[in-house]
Design a protein around this ligand. Structure first.
Ligand code: IMP
Length: 423
């Protein structure tokens, strides 16, 4: 049975939560592998809408065990708030296990993130959830992990060390009052009794499932173009949202992954600062933003809007080895007469064959558009491939032709049912 990884193929917000929820029905285990509560996943079940940031979208199926594994950074208050909110809606979350190796996002991480965003330093347009600083600490070997909460002495020593380094920056650079060890200890230790029942080593669970050939689903967060290694650095996140993040973050061996599904919106959105070659403004951007509900799940920020960018999608396919694609939100384009799709880039008169490695280089990129016919049909009730109109089939064929990857899923609406499996 397969290990399936779901990956955002653009800048996040592609609709991964919905596909995860659908595939979770056939999975023995669902895993959230990387990122933090910078992510926001919306799942609509009947009349109920769930907005999740840290919990795997599989949590809505109570019979399916769900893991939050080592690559995820956890803000314990946010996590407990999410658990409590689901419990109030009769979802007890008994199916959840959290790795003791997850790093903790602490108040000073958020203060540093906010400080950097509101200072004269480079503004990334982060979600201000502390992700950059927490992953910086992890790599500097200064991080504090969930396991520290069970050992107050170790927690105190780690907090002292961190505040020795962070308070001078907070106070001296950002004019923040800084933090004291005592109140932070009290705050964290007060959370531990509620968190502890969910904490356990996920590795034995993962390896038992692999041994039993049980179907495992690894849920993505953010998107490939936000990977810390991508050429649009520093306008990226601080983790690895691609397929490699799934193995790094879970302990699943690379050679056990059998399916990698890239989720791509029929158009493109981005939040935060940074290059966006196919970005649009004016009426068309406003119309698509409203029609698609393109406001951040985590921050409520209006998302930037653009056309589908095939060179970037090809990059996502090439670097992740997608075995299939899921194209989402096609219903948002239902009314358009023609739909521009970026097929290549020019720099001056020359066709670009590789991405620029500098931000200045990205500014000089000019998208070349191909105009595809719109389908002008209401797709929101499509249930099978034959329900998808011919012009939409051509659109999907254009994506398959450009990437060499089959579009096996099409999502035409927010509900759990609005997902067409083409093959
Ligand atoms: P950070 O991850 O909060 O540090 O933000 C870095 C960049 O990633 C910013 O452009 C954010 O808007 C973007 N980002 C982070 N998480 C998400 C997400 O889940 N969806 C879309 N963009 C995200």
């Amino acid at each position: 049975m397969p290990v399936t990884v779901i990956v955002g193929a653009q800048w996040g917000d592609e609709g991964k939560g919905k596909l995860t929820d659908a595939l979770a029905a056939e999975s023995a285990l669902v895993i959230r592998a990387q990122g933090g509560n910078n992510a926001g996943h919306t799942v609509v079940v009947g009349d109920e809408t769930y907005k999740l940031h840290l919990l795997p979208s599989g949590i809505l199926r109570q019979e399916t065990p769900c893991l939050i594994t080592d690559g995820v950074a956890i803000n314990p208050q946010v996590l407990l708030g999410e658990i409590e909110a689901l419990q109030e809606r009769d979802l007890p979350c008994d199916n959840l296990t959290i790795s003791p190796r997850c790093h903790l996002i602490l108040p000073y991480h958020i203060a540093l993130d906010e400080g950097q965003e509101s200072s004269q330093l480079t503004r990334i347009g982060t979600t201000k959830r502390g992700n950059g600083p927490v992953f910086a600490d992890k790599m500097s070997r200064l991080g504090i992990r969930i396991a520290h909460l069970a050992e107050p002495d170790a927690l105190r020593a780690a907090l002292e060390e961190n505040l020795t380094l962070k308070n001078p920056v907070l106070r001296g650079v950002f004019g923040h009052p800084g933090f004291e060890v005592g109140p932070l200890m009290d705050e964290l230790l007060a959370l531990w009794p509620d968190l502890e029942p969910f904490v356990g080593d996920p590795l034995p669970v993962v390896h038992a499932a692999l041994e039993a050939d049980a179907p495992i689903l690894v849920e993505g967060a953010q998107g490939v173009l936000l990977d810390i290694n991508f050429d649009m650095y520093p306008y990226v996140t601080s983790s690895h949202p691609g397929a490699s993040g799934a193995t790094l973050g879970t302990g699943i061996p690379v050679n056990r992954i059998t399916e990698i599904i890239g989720v791509v919106k029929a158009y493109t959105t981005r939040v935060g600062v940074g290059p966006f070659p196919t970005e649009q403004s004016g009426d068309i951007a406003d119309a698509l933003r409203e029609r698609g509900g393109e406001y951040g799940t985590t921050t409520g920020r209006p998302r930037r809007i653009g056309w589908l960018d095939l060179p970037l999608l090809r990059h996502a396919c090439d670097t992740n080895g997608f075995t299939s694609l899921c194209v989402t939100k096609v219903d948002v384009l239902d009314d358009l007469e023609t739909i521009p799709v970026c097929s290549s880039y020019l720099k001056g008169h020359d066709r670009l064959t590789e991405f620029p490695h500098t931000l200045r280089g990205w500014e000089l990129v000019e998208p070349v558009y191909q105009q595809l016919a719109g389908w002008r049909t209401d797709t929101s009730r499509a249930a099978i491939n034959a329900d998808l109109p011919p012009a939409l089939q051509t659109y999907l064929g254009r994506i398959e032709g450009a990437t060499g990857v089959p579009v096996n899923y099409v999502s035409c609406g927010a509900s759990r049912e609005a997902l067409v499996k083409r093959r």
